[in-house]
Design a binder for this molecule. Structure first.
Ligand SMILES: NC(=O)c1ccc[n+]([C@@H]2O[C@H](COP(=O)([O-])OP(=O)(O)OC[C@H]3O[C@@H](n4cnc5c(N)ncnc54)[C@H](OP(=O)(O)O)[C@@H]3O)[C@@H](O)[C@H]2O)c1
Length: 298
């Protein structure tokens, strides 16, 4: 198998590349500057020279708030780019693994969303990702779309690093306590993707379709932050800032976010034997790595 990974320099892309390499899978990682997924000619050239047996698309426009004012870029990458990748996969008979988001839902359901729930995004980012999913599902039969949520890890920018950096600056923090979801460790998701890739390599025809993958359990941004500081203090004796719960209405953002976006992940467990981990389980190791490598300032 040869796997082309688009968006290979992102928070998740880097983990995917590392996990595939650890499985001794032939990976061709392409960062944004090597493959722009909005450029049809570049996609065609990459596919014809690399000749992948599978494409993993981790490239996306991910700035939820800026998407409200940069709609054209969000749609160009998340909708059109996903469509162009799907087109190239369709022409080459290549299966596609693509990453999507809990933000395709409006958060009003009140219980974890299943793959058969209707999408109803609240903002431009979620809409562009939902449209990207449709570009894939209408073109391809052999696709796996994985919706995930609240991603964090040692690479890139994420909530865990932001909290640790603000904590180090000694700021007093106010964190939203009435939005609920499931933090997901990027390395755990990358391992799940590697499992699916191996399965495709072995039997070639898994249960294609849309899947959910996130950490197990539901929390608020406030409790997530409190847990991060507790873990940082336990192992690194870092001081914790004063942290106050606030409502989302007290912290206005450009984009509206779902109030409750937990994902039901039983389908991926039943189809691939992938078990999700309790969300706190992987967090301590990532907090430790971030503090050791001091990547919270990056
Ligand atoms: N982060 C989250 O909390 C979260 C939650 C749910 C779902 N997701 C989904 O998970 C996936 C991975 O997200 P992430 O957290 O790894 O985001 P990320 O760190 O922002 O990575 C996305 C990567 O895509 C690249 N990219 C942007 N435009 C591109 C283009 N036109 N062509 C090629 N590459 C392009 C970016 O490169 P540059 O930085 O150089 O532009 C970046 O390396 C995305 O599909 C995202 O929608 C993320």
């Amino acid at each position: 198998m040869r796997i082309l990974v688009a968006g290979a320099n992102g928070q998740l892309g880097r983990e995917i590349v590392e996990h595939l390499q650890q499985s001794a899978i032939d990976v061709v990682p392409l960062a944004h500057r090597q493959l722009d997924i909005t450029d049809e000619i570049q996609i065609r050239n990459c596919i014809s020279t690399i000749r992948p047996t599978l494409v993993v698309n981790s490239a996306a426009y991910t700035n939820v708030d800026d998407a409200e004012t940069e709609q054209h870029i969000a749609y160009a990458v998340n909708q059109k780019g996903a469509g162009l990748i799907a087109d190239a996969c369709m022409k080459g008979g290549i299966p596609l693994i693509h990453i999507s988001t809990d933000f395709v839902f409006d958060g009003r359901k009140g219980t974890p969303y299943t793959e058969s729930d209707s999408v109803c995004p609240l903002g431009v980012y979620g809409k562009s990702k939902a449209d990207g999913e449709r570009e894939i599902t209408t073109r391809l039969r052999e696709y796996i779309i994985i919706r995930t949520s609240w991603l964090y890890g040692v690479y890139g920018h994420n909530f865990v690093k932001t909290m640790i950096r603000l904590g180090k600056e000694g700021s007093e923090l106010s964190v939203v306590s009435d939005q609920f979801g499931s933090p997901t460790c990027a390395a755990d998701l990358a391992e799940a993707i590697a499992t699916i890739v191996r399965k495709i390599g072995i039997d070639g025809n898994p249960a294609w379709g849309i899947y959910h993958y996130s950490g197990k359990g539901v929390t608020s941004w406030f409790d997530f932050a409190v847990t991060i500081f507790r873990m940082a203090r336990q192992r690194h004796k870092t001081g914790a800032p004063a942290i106050h719960p606030i409502s989302a209405s007290q912290y206005p953002t450009k984009a509206k976010r779902p109030e409750y976006s937990a994902l039901d992940c039983s389908k991926i467990t039943n189809a691939f034997g992938i078990k999700t981990k309790p969300w706190k389980e992987s967090l301590a190791a990532v907090v430790h790595q971030i503090l050791i490598k001091k990547t919270y300032t990056a």
